[in-house]
Design a protein. Structure first.
Length: 276
């Protein structure tokens, strides 16, 4: 255990020294576990030399935006919002396998422009070491645009980031994993503001019912909602009354059918379609 703690401490030291050497940095900030940890560490290293930038769009729920704003506000960190406008890109709206590349490229371009306007030297994003082993087309845009990935540079994986976040007292240390709402649509299923709003409302309802890790996947042009839940969530659906409430709400939102994935929640589940 001591060896593990020492290794984590060394990685955090490497990250802090690297960030301090930048002088100033704009952090692409979603409010999730990784970007919150990166932002807090950068703030400790650079003080007023760091700013957070969050992209706003229909694919980013208001609850996530409010949480990001609260995180920055309570720490006195400058926080800017930009309209990411990814739905205006046909290469995004048509939902090809490289959808995230086009979204990330546009958003990072807006953050870089804002950084230049404010005299901020570099832009950083919060992908971690584990992301290198997953299908992440957005990382291509990161590399092309010269955006920094400090967590990967420090060789920090998700579990380590959670452990360090807990040690730092960050409320995001155990926050459920989140990806933008566009990730609920199978590749080739067109993404629309209406579809995103339905998914957002469905997931918000489940969260309001006490579910924690949830995904509502949007299939068959919105006729079918496929629910991915963690083990606790799957167990809760043994309650017939709860099942009826969930089914009723999904029907109100326009889903003709609803189904529960027996495998439960797992990140990137729709990437399996790329292997067929």
């Amino acid at each position: 255990m001591d060896a593990t703690l020492n290794a984590l401490g060394e990685k955090r030291k490497i990250l802090t020294e690297y960030l301090r050497g930048l002088g100033s940095v704009a952090v692409a900030f979603s409010g999730g576990t990784d970007s919150a940890f990166l932002l807090q560490t950068a703030h400790e290293a650079l003080g007023d030399g760091v700013m957070a930038v969050t992209g706003c769009s229909p694919s980013f729920p208001q609850r996530e935006l409010r949480a990001a704003q609260e995180f920055a506000r309570t720490r006195g960190i400058r926080h800017y919002l930009v309209d990411s406008e990814e739905l205006a890109l046909e290469n995004f709206a048509q939902n090809p396998p490289d959808r995230c590349y086009w979204c990330k490229k546009q958003l990072l371009g807006k953050i870089m422009a804002l950084a230049a306007q404010t005299g901020t030297s570099r832009v950083a994003e919060a992908s971690n070491l584990d992301d290198e082993n997953d299908y992440r087309p957005g990382l291509k845009a990161v590399a092309e645009m010269g955006v920094l990935s400090p967590l990967r540079l420090a060789r920090l994986g998700k579990a380590e980031i959670r452990a360090l976040s807990k040690e730092m007292g960050l409320p995001t240390w155990n926050k459920p994993a989140f990806a933008c709402l566009a990730s609920r649509f199978p590749y080739g299923e067109r993404i629309s503001p209406e579809g995103l709003a339905r998914v957002d409302a469905a997931e918000q309802f489940l969260l309001d019912q006490g579910f924690e890790q949830v995904r509502v996947r949007f299939h068959e042009q919105g006729r079918l909602a496929r629910l991915e839940l963690d083990e606790h969530g799957l167990d809760r659906l043994a309650d017939a009354d709860l099942r009826r409430r969930v089914d009723q709400r999904l029907r109100e939102l326009g889903f003709t059918y609803s189904a529960v994935d027996l495998r439960g929640y797992f990140p990137g589940s729709l990437n399996a379609l790329l292997e067929e």
